[in-house]
Design a protein. Structure first.
Ligand code: AHM
Ligand code: MG
Length: 334
């Protein structure tokens, strides 16, 4: 069997479709290399002294785990010197990280959630890294937080790496979705699935059911109808999965379909949702749409939203197209 490496895939994509400028290819390869280092640290677990909390909090007041901080540092160190980036932003940093003066500045902006699914780190359940790439628009010198505040539809690339039984890198540059598996013996990312497509229909939903009593009526209606099974209005039985790592839940949906929801709820009514728009929802929405699925915040398409701040939160409903459209219709009906 001939094996296609990530590098070969990117070069062929460039040759065939002209989608990937040199600097973007460098950026993706560097992110992939950083994810490899994170995968190695994750695999070491207690043997590498990477488990447990770091004794600090991030800008959203969440306790940081050692691996959150390690993954954040790995991504910054890997990306700051290549000349492809102007700045980075991360779930684990209050404000943007401008590439230091001693390195050349590029045109791209990189956003990431370095270690998503933090509550699963210490229990040996799949976790991941999510990333989103934007272009700095305009030619003004310097870079500021405002440069990052672009709608998700302007992403140049997006992806995630899931650290599970296998480490896998899932990528889009706006021309479909490709999956790569890390070959630990050779240390390379090998293409294992191209042109990923999500089935439009599904019988599987993912939501944290413990919040049911706090949901808004359209979400409650949708889940109630799923739970009613064959005898209910949907006329079919549904299955449920909730890994509590968005990366792992989205990976399942890209693989066999389904719908994932983290909706607004009444626990914190002033927050639109738990997940962050710019480095969680947007990159996942880009991947899901590129695989034929849909991603909304309830009534609107996630990638059309105009962010107003870096760490903005958003309600997320994504996956199999017909299910997402159904829940969107329930929101529009009110
Ligand atoms: P994190 O970025 O702090 O890890 O939080 C995001 C995670 C998602 O991966 C997951 O879908 C969700 O939080 C789980 O939340 P809950 O514990 O409320 O079920
Ligand atoms: Mg996260």
């Amino acid at each position: 069997m001939s094996r296609v490496s990530l590098t070969q895939y990117l070069i062929e994509q460039q040759r065939l479709h002209g989608h990937i400028p040199q600097e973007l290819r460098l950026l993706i390869e560097i992110v992939a290399r950083a994810c490899k280092r994170i995968a190695i640290a994750v695999n070491k677990g207690a043997l590498g002294d990477v488990l447990g909390t770091a004794g600090s909090e991030n800008v959203q007041g969440e306790v940081q785990k050692k691996l959150d901080i390690i993954a954040n540092e790995v991504l910054i160190e890997a990306n700051e010197w290549g000349g492809h980036l102007a700045a980075m932003a991360s779930e684990e940093m209050d404000s943007i990280y401008v590439v230091p003066n001693r390195y050349p500045q590029g045109e791209y902006l990189l956003l990431f959630d370095p270690l998503d699914g933090s509550s699963n780190i210490d229990v040996n359940v799949s976790i991941g890294t999510i990333f989103s790439v934007l272009r700095k628009v305009g030619h003004a010198r310097g870079v500021a937080e405002e440069d990052f505040l672009q709608p998700g539809k302007q992403q140049a690339a997006a992806g995630y790496c899931v650290y599970g039984p296998q480490s896998m890198l899932v990528l889009t540059v706006g021309d479909g979705v490709a999956m790569f598996t890390l070959d630990r013996e050779t240390g390379s990312w090998v293409l294992t699935q191209d042109e990923v497509k999500i089935p439009a229909d599904t019988k599987e939903f993912a939501i944290n059911m413990s919040n049911m009593r706090h949901w808004a009526p359209p979400v409650k209606r949708y889940i109630d109808e799923c739970l009613a099974g064959e005898e209910g209005p949907r006329g079919k039985n549904f299955n449920m999965r909730w890994i509590a790592s968005m990366v792992a839940d989205v990976h399942r949906i890209l693989t066999r379909g389904g719908i994932f929801m983290y909706p607004w709820d009444q626990r914190e009514p002033d927050k639109p949702g738990k997940l962050r728009l710019m480095y969680e929802a947007n990159p996942m929405a880009f991947l899901i749409e590129q695989a034929g699925g849909a991603a909304v915040n309830g009534s609107e398409r996630i990638m059309d939203l105009h962010p107003t701040k870096l760490h903005e939160r958003v309600a997320v409903m994504l996956g199999s197209k017909n299910e997402v459209e159904r829940i969107q219709a329930y929101h529009r009906e009110g």
